[in-house]
Design a protein around this ligand. Structure first.
Ligand SMILES: [Cu+2]
Length: 184
């Protein structure tokens, strides 16, 4: 909500600024021109106010996020949890970032002839109302180039970007080294 207010304030400041500039520079304009121009400006500002609100209402949630503590000098870790789309439009997750690792990718683990294999997923789409679970042995966020070991009870954050440029920052609880499901 704070962002919405900020966007609103910015637009209002912009409106004042544009109108002031117009008064100074466009003295030759007829009154009718000014009237029409102001209305165009209003319509433009109102629509630019509505757009970010709609984008945010798209409603991607990453809930119950957790990771395992890592042993010293571990280069990789995984994040689990569940994606949920509370909006009306399908959402596609295109990018993940975190402060604690250089690379974050979506991976899927599959059992192939008794061998566990991991493959990267470029994009993940979540339909309205759909829940996509990230669990050990299945879909997960892979952290590579870990910058710092993950310690039990630590909170880390992952930034999730969708193709319509909605971005969310999800809190991830770090459990024990041997943790097999969400802490508590
Ligand atoms: Cu992986």
């Amino acid at each position: 909500m704070a962002d919405d207010i900020l966007v609103g304030c910015k637009a209002t400041i912009e409106e004042i600024r544009v109108e002031t500039t117009r008064k100074e520079t466009d003295k030759s304009e007829t009154i009718q021109d000014q009237f029409v121009n102001r209305w165009y400006l209003r319509i433009f500002l109102v629509s630019s106010l509505l757009l970010p609100v709609q984008a945010r209402a798209a409603g991607l949630v990453f809930a119950d996020a957790w990771a395992r503590a890592t042993v010293p000098n571990a280069g990789a870790a995984a994040i689990y949890g569940s994606f949920r789309n509370d909006g009306d439009e399908p959402l596609t997750i295109i990018k993940l970032t975190t402060d604690v690792a250089g690379i974050v990718m979506l991976h899927r683990s599959t059992l192939d002839n008794g061998m566990m294999k991991m493959s990267a997923i470029e994009e993940l789409s979540v339909s309205p109302g759909e829940v996509v679970n990230l669990v050990p042995g299945g879909l997960h966020m892979m952290l590579m180039k870990l910058r710092t070991p993950l310690e039990e009870n630590q909170i880390i954050y992952v930034n999730i970007l969708t193709s319509d440029e909605e971005s969310i920052r999800a809190e991830v609880t770090v459990g024990s080294v041997g943790q097999m499901s969400a802490p508590r």
